[in-house]
Design a protein around this ligand. Structure first.
Ligand SMILES: Cc1cc2nc3c(=O)[nH]c(=O)nc-3n(C[C@H](O)[C@H](O)[C@H](O)COP(=O)(O)OP(=O)(O)OC[C@H]3O[C@@H](n4cnc5c(N)ncnc54)[C@H](O)[C@@H]3O)c2cc1C
Length: 384
């Protein structure tokens, strides 16, 4: 157990997203009664990021789908304030306003930002929209209301969800994807289900090895690898994310530019990291898993590890969901999945499907089918 002298009394959390929020809640649940300061560069309270590309783009005037319950952790919140550095030797976080916040223990939960096609343009919505923050989503939503033509670059879950929102808003929409949308993330069988639904709702899909945004005659267009030019009034990119680690560049905490944690979320005995920003060991490799429940699970483990050496290691099982073009999918276990599944419940159209991976684990997927998550989880262990 920690001795009285090494028990932290001041914990600073940088990043006020779901990982930062969960870390604060976990510290309190573990009995920590010292001071917590949470620093976040967004001006708003933490919210559901997954809702931004789903209900928030599609719902009517009731913009509440992204709201989370009000925080009860009692931390001092510094919203709209970026951390610009950390001095590990002096144990303090430097803020953009010149302030320095001392800590005994630190949680790094700064997440990621959208990767952009147009480099150097941080936020020129006339050029390229992305959806990472609430402000991004509200800006795109407002633009879609006038039914512009839209091209979405990126055939992953985010691109498909944004394209679905654009089609639902009545926009003529083209999706540019490297191969069949979602195939590399989910596998061909599952991807085909969403692909058919998208085509049936009028989405145009173009496949390419690479896409670029270039300026032609004063306006931006998307060009594909084969020279095809796609003109649209709105260009949205959904091409992945970039970890927010620049503020740590001189901290000595990065390994090859990445923030790598151990199986308990620790970078140092008194410094933890969690969520999209952190690469952690699982399934024989060290990688980021930028998913909502992954951020929550990591933050719980990491916060506990700062308080007690007997805190458990992360027992990670991937959980992922998406909703697009009227199809709802929940997947527990590794993806992509290969080949045909077995039907565990329901029918071939709406049910729960299972795949066994050649290296052992199962993946269970509910498609347009209501099933409690614990039951879906059990299907990844039963009947192996
Ligand atoms: C549109 C969208 C839809 C998604 N849908 C799904 C889904 O359906 N299912 C799923 O599992 N996952 C989904 N995800 C991923 C999921 O939202 C993330 O995995 C999760 O939000 C990560 O949480 P986080 O707290 O680690 O990072 P973030 O949510 O990125 O929070 C980090 C916070 O830290 C702030 N910050 C960054 N740098 C600094 C700094 N220097 N100082 C202070 N603050 C800083 C950021 O602005 C941000 O507020 C989606 C993501 C997006 C963008």
């Amino acid at each position: 157990m920690n001795t009285l002298s090494d028990t932290p009394r001041r914990i600073v959390v940088v990043g006020n997203g779901i990982a930062g929020l969960t870390a604060c809640d976990t510290l309190r649940a573990e009995g920590f009664d010292g001071s917590i300061t949470i620093i976040g560069d967004e001006p708003v309270a933490p919210y559901s990021r997954p809702a931004l590309s789903k209900a928030l783009l599609r719902d009517g005037d009731d913009l509440t789908s992204h709201l989370l319950p009000e925080a009860t952790h009692g931390a001092t919140e510094r919203r709209g304030m970026a951390a610009v550095g950390v001095d590990v030797a002096r144990q303090c976080v430097r803020l953009a306003d010149g302030d320095a916040v001392p800590y005994d223990a630190l949680v790094i939960a700064t997440g990621t930002r959208a990767r952009r096609l147009v480099r150097g343009h941080r936020s020129d919505p006339g050029e390229e929209y992305t959806v990472r923050t609430l402000a991004d989503a509200l800006a795109l939503r407002a633009r879609l209301a006038s039914r512009p033509s839209v091209v979405v670059v990126g055939g992953g879950p985010l691109g498909m969800e944004i394209a679905s929102g654009a089609v639902a808003a009545g926009c003529a929409t083209t999706l540019v994807s490297q191969g069949m949308p979602l195939a590399s993330q989910l596998g061909a069988w599952l991807a085909a289900r969403l692909h058919h639904a998208a085509l049936a709702q009028g989405l145009a899909i173009m496949t390419t090895g690479c896409a670029e945004v270039v300026t032609r005659d004063g306006s931006s267009v998307v060009t594909l690898g084969d020279g095809t030019v796609i003109e649209a009034e709105v260009i949205v990119s959904a091409i992945g994310d970039v970890p927010n680690v620049e503020w740590l560049t001189t901290s000595g905490l990065l390994t090859g530019g990445a923030l790598v944690v151990d199986t308990r979320g620790l970078v140092r005995p008194n410094i933890a990291a969690a969520g999209d920003v952190a690469a952690f060991p699982h399934a024989g490799r060290v990688a980021r898993v930028p998913l909502w429940t992954s951020a929550i699970d990591q933050a719980k483990v990491a916060a506990a590890a700062l308080l007690r050496p007997d805190a458990p290691e992360l027992a990670f099982q991937q959980y992922f969901w998406t909703e697009a073009f009227g199809v709802s999918l929940k997947a527990i276990g590794p993806t992509p999945v290969a080949g045909e599944p077995e039907i565990a419940e329901g029918t071939a159209e709406q049910g729960v499907f299972r795949w066994r991976h050649s290296n052992g684990p199962w993946t269970a997927v509910a498609l347009d089918y209501r099933i409690p998550i614990p039951k879906l989880r059990r299907l990844t262990t039963l009947g192996a």
